[in-house]
Each structure stands twice: as C-alpha cells, then as structure tokens.
Unconditional design. Structure first.
Lengths: 325, 487
C-alpha cells in the first residue's frame, strides 16, 4: 500500500537520478527521461543512434546511479546465443571429477546494453529477446531467473546496413520504447568535449538501488487513470489499424500494419510512471500523446503512400494524434 | 424578472410612464403581472437549470480543458471516494493548482438556453405592460354606437294606421295583400319582447321597403308584358322580358341599353337591317295584344297615340319598341307603325287605362307606405332637418309631438333625403329633383281623364305630406317648386 512518504520518495528519487546522470551525459533529456520511465515501468528500450552519441555511456551511468550491475553485449554476426545467455562448461572439481558448471552469460545483469542487436543472427536475436520477455534463461534443463529489475537497452546502427539482420516486427514489439538518439547540439557538443577532456569515466554517484526501483514500479501502478484517458489510449492503438472500423483516415492512407495490444499496455504503464516522473499524480492525455512516439514508432509499419510522400513514421504518428481526439 | 425589475425601477425613480401607456388602474395590474413574471422566470430557471445543469464530470472536464490542467480535476472527481495516499495527494495537488489559477482564467460560458428562456419570459410580461392601450381605445372609438331601439306607442299606432290606410286604399287587391302582409310582419317584429338595436330596426325598415317594391313589380302589368316578351324568339327581347318579370327597374334599363348597344355595334351593322327586322317582328308579335290608344269622352278609341312617357314601368319598353320597330322594314314608315299601334282590340281598349291606372295607384300607395315607414321609424333628428308646416319651428312640442327622435307628426317637412329614383329621362336622380315633375304628370293625367276623379284626393294627400302643405295645395307645389312639368 502506497503512502505519502513513498510518493514523496518517488519524486525525490527521480530528481536525484536525473541530476546524477546529467553529470555524465550532456543533453538528451528526453532520452534519459524515457529510459528512466522504461526502467521503472519494467520495459526494454530499443535505441537508435549513430555511433558516439553516448548510448553506452548513458546506460553505464544509469547503472551506476541505480546501483545495478551493468553488462554490455556487442552483437556481431558470429555471436552465438550461448554467448548471450551463458553455457555449461565442463570443469574438474577438487577430486578431479568432471562436472558441468553453468557459466552465466552477459545477460545476467540488471542493466544490459545489447549493442547493434541487428548485427546478430536471428537465432541469437531470438535468444536475447526471449530473455528480455521472460526475464529468465533456460539452458539444458535448468532455468535461471534474472534478477529484477532487469532492463535491456538494445541499439541499432542506422548507418551500416550491410551484413545486418533487421529485427522482425514481432520481435520489435517486445521493446516498450524505441528512442531516437540524435546528434548533440553544438553547445552540447562543446560541453561533451570539455567534460571528457577532464575524464572519460562516469562521475555519477549512486542514489537509488534496485529495491527502490521496484518500489517505484509498484507505486506507479497505483497512479489513477480515468476511463476517458484509458479510452483515448485504446482509441489511438485501434486507430493505427487500417483494417478495423475504428481505423483513422491516417492509418487507412499511410499505415500498413498497426500496433499490437502490447502498445496499449505500454502506453498506460509508461504513462503512469511518466506522470509521477513529471510531478503529476494522474495520467493525462498529454502523457499518452507524449509516449505515443516511442511506443508506436517501432510497432507501426508505414505503407507506400507515406514513403512516397516522404513521411517518416513519426510524421504519421503526428497525423494520427491530430486526428484522434 | 426583467419585467419585475423594470416595474420596481419605474416606481423608485418616479419615471413618467403615462406617455407610453395608460396609468391609473394599470399600476396594480402591472404589479401583479410583474410579480407573476418573476415567479414564472424563477420557475423556468429551476426547470431548466436543475435538469439540464452540467454534471460534475462535465464541469471537471471544462475546468481541465480551459485551465490546461491535464485531467487533474476529472481524476479528482472520478476518484473522490478513494482514500489511498496517491489519490489524496492527487486531490491536494489539484486543489492547490486550482487555487493558484486566477479567476479570470475561466471564461464565462454563455448559457444560451437560460438566456433565451429569460428573454422570452421578460418579453412576454414586459410587452404586455409596455404596449400602449391605444389599440383598445381606438377600437372602442371606431365601433359605432348601436343603442337599443325603443319603439314608442305613437310609432305602433302610426303603423297600425298605415295598415288600415293600405286596406282602404284604391290599390288592387293583390297589391294590398302584399303591402298589408309586409306591414303586419313589421308590426310583429317591433312587438317582439326581446327588443332590437337601432341598426337592426333600420335594417328591418329597409327590408320592408324593398319587399314592397318587389311585390308591386310582381303585381303590376309589367309582369304580363315581361312574360309576353320572354317567349320571344329574339334573345335581346327575352332579356328585356326577363328583366321586367324580375320587377327591378335597373335590370330592365340595363337590358334595354344592352340591346340598343348591340344594335349600334359595328359588327351588327352588316346584319343591322336583318337584325332590326327580326327584332321588329319579335317586338310586334310580342306586343301584339297590348296597345296604346286614346279614348274620347265616351270611351271610344280615337286612334290617337297616348303619350307613353307618362306610363311608369313600361315606358322605357315602349320607347325602345317604338325606336326599334320604326327602324325595321317591317314598318316602312313611322306612320305605319303608329297605325299598327292604333288598331287595338276592344278588350285592350277597355282594359288598358284600368291597367295603367291600377299600376299607377299601386305604385303610389307603395311609395307612400315606404316613405311613411321611414318617417315613422327611421328618421332621426341628426339625419334630417325638421321644419314644421307653418312656422319652420324645430320645436317638436309646438307640433304636439313627444320628443321622440323616431316619431314625426303629420305636416312635418322632411328634406335632405338622398333616396334616388329611376327617372325615364335622367336615370337615377334624387327623388327631390323629379318629384315636382311626377306630380305635374299626374295632374295632367287626371286632367286628361286618365285618372279617375277620386284619385285626386290621394294625389293631394300624398304630395301634401311630402311638401308639408295643406290638402289641396298641389297646384301651389307645382307652381312654386316643380322642376319640369313632364312631357
């Protein structure tokens, strides 16, 4: 049962987290806020950005602030699933007998950075995504549960497409958000260079731990959401499907495939967290609208009409938000 | 509410409302109506506000939308019964934010429905008091007075005397029958205990006079002439006959004029001779048994044509027939026509004077009756000048009459009547202009032996009444007042 202290704690924790992260990461406020929302919501994030914009640094700094173990997996085409999940190895015990021992893979961390996941083979991607979904690893007959909170931040390099295996839509649906990490602004670039001239290490300090994150997650579930806002979120999801009666004109014209019901779950769950993150105590339509982009971006597939009109998926989402009231 | 407020404002400020509507007793009425207006407006307000007032949900939604509160108020209202910490904090947060908002931030929403209801109520009650009362006053002014008509004893006695006169007159039995019947119906009418208004009475007199005219036309010989013509083969002649049978002089005149006009048309000229001949034959055949002739002292026909202009109803017909027949080849000359007319049969020779006399007497009696009815019942001091027969004294008491506007004694001189009569030469003229001429014609007829001796008294009496002279002074009338002496 939540209480006033917990609510107060939530706001204070968020403030601290942001303060510490910005010691290591310049700019990217929206990205950081979204990642925090995703972590507290229990979702995973797909991050798209060119190299060197601070993807790894952000997750590493976040792991330090949240006092959570961090691992980074660099996906390559030759990476095997066991390289991600871990494998049994044979070793001699003290008596000289051979026995197997499960060596945990890099996935066994609270915060995992799956770098360039689109470079891994579909088999390795599936293994990774299965862990993301179920928060456990099965090797042989043994099942190893991952420690909560478990968060995966996967990245995709939008430049290098040779030798990559784009994630199928069904797999993409497992990510709560897809965030676009843009190139820093000029003043931010200057600040980054100045900061890294001093040290390249993260200087953020730990302010919360895993238990706190879990408590915050539990508290966020109780944030009130009136039926009208719920209905609005579901309308948005339904409006992305051109084949159903509730389809919007935008969907009929520009969308090939709409978002799954997971998008609705993601919207509401994340909206509750977002409300608290921004100091509100109720879910509003503004929260839903703000989260529509990261939630729908990787779930909605635009059609030829949008491409021919040079519309991005974000442009189509914008049209959708204007149409659905 | 506006009506009540306006009324109160008027009373407080002492505003002069008499310019706009009648004062006095309307004050109390206005107060009552204004009060009723207030009650009705209040009732309307309750009826509209409570059922149709916005719900908490709608109010909350409006607050969120207009103040940019992102569903805070709606959440607070929706979960007002929740007691968890997050809900309480949410409520506190919302209230604190609302409190911080300036009051001007919320725009006033015009309640169109309420305003319309108030405006309608105010308009109804205010207009009923502000509109001037002149309409009613004007309508009262325009409405003519129609006082009750009280029949005096004298009037009843005069009517009874008139009935007696008709019975004893020299009119034919048929004529008497109709006249007496009409007068007795009038007597029953005025004897009705329900009473009548002046308008009703005057209308009834007009009806009786019109009935007398119509009945006399039916009785008189012109009906026989009309019947004879009505069976003619000629359409024009039949129209004249039909008009004669109806007994309305204006219709006869019109029929004659129509026939004359037809004959004068250009299109008829090509057939004129033939039409004239046909008409001439038709007229001659129809009038074959009716002759105009002159008799000597012994009553023998002299063969001299009688002046047809002295005859009342058929004279137009005679003139027309003469002019038509004289133009036809059936009569090579006017002399031959007259010759034809001069050869009457013996029955007609004996009959015609009586017919003419009877017809004239019927008309005389009928005219007297109608005039007398007007004198007794219809004339008021405002409508006519009243001059006594001897002294021009308008004091009725000098004449021994009671001061009753409905009654006039014998010898009163009544002028100013705008009654008209169809004159043979002039058309419709005021009776006063031709009365002398008619009297002269009657005198001449009497002197020529056409009228019997005993008719002279009737003529003297009748015209004496009209002129206000003593009996026997018709000569005086003719010499002093007559315009034209007839032909």
């Amino acid at each position: 049962m939540e209480n006033a202290e917990q609510v107060k704690m939530f706001s204070e924790s968020i403030a601290k987290i942001k303060e510490q992260i910005h010691k290591d990461v310049v700019g990217q406020e929206d990205i950081i806020d979204s990642i925090i929302v995703a972590i507290i919501s229990g979702g995973n994030v797909l991050l798209e950005g060119v190299p060197g914009v601070g993807k790894t640094r952000t997750v590493r700094s976040l792991s330090k602030v949240l006092s959570l173990p961090f691992s980074r997996i660099q996906f390559t085409p030759d990476l095997m699933p066991s390289d991600v999940t871990g494998t049994n190895v044979i070793e001699k015990d003290e008596n000289g007998n051979m026995k197997t021992k499960f060596e945990k893979g890099p996935i066994f961390a609270n915060l995992v950075l799956a770098d360039e996941i689109n470079r891994a083979t579909p088999k390795t991607q599936s293994a990774m995504l299965e862990v993301m979904q179920e928060h456990k690893v099965t090797v042989g007959h043994e099942t190893y549960k991952l420690e909560e909170p478990f968060f995966v931040l996967a990245t995709e390099n939008p430049i290098e497409q040779d030798g990559t295996y784009p994630l199928p839509e069904a797999q993409m649906d497992r990510f709560m958000f897809k965030l676009l990490m843009t190139f820093p602004k000029l003043e931010e670039l200057s600040e980054i260079v100045n900061m890294t001239q001093i040290t390249m290490d993260e200087t953020a300090e730990s302010v919360v731990d895993g238990e706190t994150i879990l408590a915050m997650r539990e508290l966020a579930k109780s944030v009130p959401c009136i039926p009208e806002v719920m209905e609005y979120a579901m309308k948005l999801v339904a409006a992305t499907h051109p084949e159903i009666p509730e389809a919007s004109d935008t969907a009929k014209k520009y969308i090939k495939y709409g978002a799954s019901p997971r998008a609705g779950q993601a919207l509401i769950t994340a909206a509750k967290v977002r409300a608290l993150v921004y100091g509100n105590y109720n879910v509003s339509k503004a929260d839903i609208q703000a989260l529509a982009y990261p939630v729908f971006r990787h779930r909605v597939k635009i059609g030829f009409n949008a491409i021919s009109e040079h519309l991005t998926v974000d442009d189509v989402i914008g049209l959708l938000l204007k149409e659905v009231k | 509410m506006l009506a009540g407020g306006a009324f109160i404002a008027i009373k407080v400020t002492g505003f002069d409302t008499s310019k706009y509507f009648s004062a006095g007793e309307t004050d109390l009425t206005a107060l009552v109506i204004a009060g009723a207006g207030v009650l009705v407006a209040a009732a309307l307000f309750c009826l509209i506000f409570f059922p149709f007032r916005p719900s908490d949900k709608k109010v909350a939604k409006r607050l969120d939308e207009e103040l940019g509160l992102n569903e805070k108020v709606q959440t607070m209202v929706a979960y007002r019964d929740q007691t968890s910490a997050i809900h309480e904090i949410q409520r506190e947060d919302t209230i604190s934010i609302l409190s911080a908002k300036p009051t001007k931030a919320l725009k006033f929403k015009t309640p169109i429905l309420l305003i319309c209801a108030f405006a309608l109520t105010a308009a109804v009650f205010t207009t009923s008091q502000v509109l001037p009362k002149k309409e009613i006053e004007i309508s009262h002014q325009q409405k003519p007075e129609d006082p009750p008509y009280v029949v005096s004893t004298w009037q009843q006695e005069a009517l009874v005397e008139l009935i007696k006169y008709v019975k004893e007159s020299e009119a034919t039995n048929d004529a008497k029958k109709y006249l007496v019947h009409n007068l007795e119906s009038l007597l029953n009418y005025i004897s009705n205990e329900d009473g009548h208004t002046q308008t009703e009475m005057f209308q009834q007199i007009d009806i009786i006079c019109a009935m007398n005219d119509a009945d006399m036309n039916k009785v008189n010989i012109s009906d026989d002439i009309g019947d004879a013509l009505f069976h003619s083969a000629s359409t024009g002649v039949r129209q004249i006959g039909q008009a004669l049978k109806q007994g309305k002089p204006e219709i006869v005149e019109k029929a004659i004029l129509d026939l004359r006009e037809d004959l004068n048309r250009e299109t008829w000229k090509a057939y004129g001779q033939e039409v004239h001949e046909e008409l001439g034959l038709a007229m001659k055949e129809a009038l074959g048994n009716i002759h105009v002739y002159e008799t000597d002292e012994e009553g023998n026909p002299t063969g001299v044509e009688i002046d047809l202009m002295t005859l009342p109803m058929p004279k137009q017909l005679w003139r027309m027939s003469i002019s038509i027949l004289s133009e036809t080849e059936a009569c090579k000359s006017q002399a031959e026509f007259y010759e034809a007319l001069k050869s009457p049969c013996e029955q007609c020779a004996a009959k015609l004077p009586d017919l003419i006399v009877e017809e004239a007497m019927n008309v005389l009696v009928k005219d007297y009756v109608n005039k007398r009815l007007i004198e007794i019942f219809k004339v008021t001091p405002e409508d006519h000048k009243i001059v006594t027969s001897t002294s021009n004294n308008t004091n009725w008491e000098d004449n021994g009459q009671d001061n009753n506007p409905g009654g006039y004694g014998k010898g009163d001189f009544v002028v100013g009547s705008d009654d008209t009569i169809l004159d043979a030469d002039e058309g419709y003229v005021p009776y006063a202009e031709v009365i002398g001429k008619y009297l002269a014609e009657l005198i001449e007829m009497y002197e020529d032996g056409v009228l019997p001796e005993e008719y002279k008294d009737i003529i003297d009496y009748y015209y004496g009444l009209l002129y206000g002279t003593e009996k026997g002074d018709t000569e005086e009338i003719v010499q002093g007042d007559g315009e034209g002496t007839g032909e």
